[in-house]
Design a binder for this molecule. Sequence first.
Ligand SMILES: Nc1ncnc2c1ncn2[C@@H]1O[C@H](COP(=O)(O)OP(=O)(O)OP(=O)(O)O)[C@@H](O)[C@H]1O
Length: 600
Amino acid sequence: MRIPFLFITRRCKAFRSLQQSPFLSPISAQLRHQRIAVLRHTSTHLCKDEGRYYITTPIFYVNAAPHLGHLYSAVSADCLHRYKLLKGFNSKFATGTDEHGLKIQQAADAAGKDPLTFCTDVSERFKYLFSSCNISYTDFIRTTEERHRQAVEHFWSVLWNKGLIYKGSYEGWYSTQDESFLTPLQVTDALDSTGKEIKVSLESGHKVEWMKEENYMFRLSAFRSQLLDWLRVNPRAVQPERFYQTVLQWLQEDLPDLSVSRQRNRLQWGIPVPGDPEQTIYVWLDALVNYLTVAGYPDKHEQWWHVAHHIVGKDILKFHAIYWPSFLLGAGLPLPQTIHVHSHWTVGGKKMSKSLGNVVDPLERSQVFTTDGMRYFLLRQGVPDSDCDYTDDKVITLLNAELADSLGGLLNRCTAPALNPAQVYPSFCTESFPIEQIGNKGRAVVEDYHMLNAMKSLQALVEQHYESMHVYKALEAITACVRQTNGFVQRHAPWKLDRRDSRDQRWLDTIIHVSLECLRIYGTLLQPIVPEISNKLLSRLGVQPGERSWAALNFLPRFQGMDCPFEGRALGSDSGLLFSRLERPNVDKQKAKKTKKQQK
Ligand SMILES: Nc1ncnc2c1ncn2[C@@H]1O[C@H](COP(=O)(O)OP(=O)(O)OP(=O)(O)O)[C@@H](O)[C@H]1O
């Protein structure tokens, strides 16, 4: 059980304040009771948590092949899942494909395939990409599966039986591209490619059409105050903060009831409304329930559902932070613990998207830059709070500097036979590196003590950033430490020491021991991000699989007067460079030409 005490205290305080809160005064006693029950439910489950953790990516719409943005969502979730496993959690990680809706129906028609064959083909491409990129999901769901249809039908019936769905008529704007209903304020004028005047969604820029049809409506408008309570009591329910504020802002605006079905004659590719075959369930209601399906809904979901954490792109925030919690509240189910939101990868400033076609093929790029190279780049450069523009050049510069030169160079230096002829994890000498720098007894200098201090706080820092999904900050901290370790080696130039002098030999061993300890920590901390590189690094150091968990981190025990299990142990075999430098095809060719000319 690893819930920080402070966190629980804060929740319990939030409870009390909700019970006494003045903003609750206008609501009915029944509603107050219901709200508190929902929040209490979340909290008691938290207290009973048995180390389970459930992570989801969005399920990806199969109207076209996956692009780099999809891989980014998957890699972010995979990183969190691997981190939780290292911490000893029983982590479940679900991803999959969203396969119903008008867009799919149209894309299948255009490809001349029946919808299921079309979906299977594209779904397989997502699966193949994810397995190629070491996305270690534990469950891949397709919304065309039978288990999902049963979950959706059950969920619908619960809402229907509670009177939260009613037959009505929807008239308003609809974007097929976004499968989303819009209010007049969310729509603006634009010109299409032929110069014709059209209406588009302000948010996505996609074309919208006026739609009028009879269908089923969900009483979304009834949930505004419950959503506000949830957000106020759980200020970290939507992260980062700027997206939390966005959701609060939306809740100040109009929140009309939501159409949750389409007429069957317009949309055949979807789950029919139970008891009314003339209507098809709205693709978003269908899709969102996938998180419950994987958890075992309707019979066996409790163990997993109360520890659910969603990872989503900002484009689908409203569906996850307004519609989904409202559906769940309506069905009497706990709300997700966290919705981690990330921003977009852009190309030339425009969102990379299937419909725009401005996509980067993640499979092809990871063949060029390696799988771990791509994972490292996405998590190092991707900032959840803001968009990031993709270029190959950025990838090459970053990977060469941080993986090839800095980390790879450090490993190379410290394991090279010239410096480490015995190929062992050498001994640490406390006289050379005493616990305190007293007079000029030892050989270590003040910068070396600074480095050890930075190393000591690294684990907690990385942990904090993994937890909040600011992985780029974790990598920033690790990179800064790698730089310091390289500085340590450079400063003491062990290659200049005289091995015949026993004092020098002890100091040389100590330099290598400390550097290998730093490398062991980097290798362990980096496992969620670059599993293959970490494995290579730790294997080279002779660190066994059972010695790679979070609990085994324990940096430089010899400095604290404890035994080091690695001291004196043989290094693992050398399997080549940790990461080979990447060539910049055009730039490097031009440079080579210039140098040749100059040489002539
Ligand atoms: N450019 C992007 N950057 C980061 N993540 C993205 C990007 N595009 C899609 N995603 C991720 O994939 C999820 C689903 O995206 P979706 O399948 O709608 O892709 P899309 O390319 O935006 O498709 P379309 O153009 O058809 O709307 C997003 O919520 C997000 O998690």
